[in-house]
Design a protein around this ligand. Structure first.
Ligand SMILES: Cc1cc2nc3c(=O)[nH]c(=O)nc-3n(C[C@H](O)[C@H](O)[C@H](O)COP(=O)(O)OP(=O)(O)OC[C@H]3O[C@@H](n4cnc5c(N)ncnc54)[C@H](O)[C@@H]3O)c2cc1C
Length: 293
């Protein structure tokens, strides 16, 4: 199914989980169990990331295949074009099409920092909007694109970043999945500015539960999500070594954020699972018990 159609057919907000391919056999074994626990929640879709410079091409493909064929889940395959030439891009997209994938999230990606010698293809595309323009006339995918409530880390300004989001939409994106923010006001302000620019499609907010203080700090720095003072204060009152307390706080915070997002009309909840199931299961179960999902 094309994911965009979910929102015209379904009465309730959607539930979706982002996964990434396992890096080694031990992680793969763990991921299998995670998938089984998440699948029991009957998500509307799951999504699979794609490593910088094609680094996880095989792993992403294998995971998409498993989720679709063995688990019977609807899958959004992410694809990042940075560094890849037209033939490489087509090869990946052809594989996904043959597998029956109907929805692709088209992102630019970043230079692979763990491959210092990586040489981008001379015809590598500069921006996600170029990738969408490449996909649109050649494939029949439903296309998602990335949005940034706080602006992308490299953006000249949040306004410019929104103009480029509009370009992605104008070139054929059907819906937006956002980077996470720990402040719903930032999400709603972003959505309002997007609507004012004529971006009318579903904007699906991503939420990253806090799994550990260190991970939160690292990820927030990498992807430009600010950490509100109140969250810092709450975390300071906990022992950072008490992993259970930090994780429980992360789940409570994510539930609170989602309550606000869903009451404010968000089309669904997209959880950055980091290949873990505990927080995702608790968040979805809690919100379903409260009748919000
Ligand atoms: C939902 C989501 C999923 C993601 N999935 C992955 C993944 O699977 N793998 C991965 O490696 N990364 C992923 N990312 C991260 C993403 O690849 C990076 O944030 C990347 O740096 C930007 O990708 P983009 O598609 O937003 O790029 P773009 O939309 O191209 O924007 C990149 C930067 O260029 C600017 N820009 C855009 N268009 C133009 C233009 N025409 N002229 C000048 N400047 C322009 C923008 O303002 C922005 O600063 C994901 C991000 C999100 C939010």
């Amino acid at each position: 199914m094309r994911v965009i159609d979910l929102w015209s057919e379904k009465k309730k907000p959607t539930v979706s989980f982002e996964l990434y391919p396992a890096r080694d056999p031990a992680a793969a074994e763990k991921l299998d169990k995670v998938i089984d626990r998440l699948a029991k929640l009957e998500p509307d879709f799951v999504s699979v990331t794609f490593g910088a410079g094609g680094s996880t091409r095989e792993g992403s493909y294998a995971l998409v295949k498993k989720l679709k064929q063995e688990k019977g889940l609807e899958v959004v395959a992410y694809f990042t074009c940075w560094g890849l030439g037209p033939e490489q891009i087509s090869a990946v997209l052809d594989d996904y099409r043959e597998l029956g994938v109907e929805t692709i999230l088209a992102a630019r990606g970043d230079p692979p920092h763990d491959q210092p010698g990586f040489q981008p293809h001379p015809e590598s595309l500069a921006h996600a909007s170029d990738l969408i323009a490449f996909i649109k006339p050649r494939y029949d995918f439903c296309i998602a694109c990335a949005g940034y409530p706080e602006g992308h880390v490299e953006a000249a300004s949040p306004e410019k970043d929104l103009e480029y989001l509009k370009l992605k939409v104008d070139r054929g994106a059907d819906f937006v999945i956002t980077n996470y923010t720990y402040d719903n006001d930032l999400f709603f302000a972003f959505q309002k500015r997007a609507r004012a620019l004529g971006i009318e499609m579903p904007i699906l907010p991503g939420v990253m539960p806090i799994y550990s203080v260190k991970m939160m700090e690292n990820l927030a720095r990498l992807c430009g999500a600010s950490i509100p003072d109140r969250v810092r204060k709450d975390l300071e009152s906990l022992d950072p070594a008490d992993k259970k307390a930090v994780a429980a706080y992360g789940i409570d915070l994510a539930c609170d954020l989602w309550r606000g997002l869903l009451r404010g009309g968000a089309p669904g909840i997209h959880i950055y699972t980091m290949d873990r199931s505990k927080a995702a299961v608790q968040i979805v179960t809690t919100l379903r018990d409260e009748g919000l999902l």
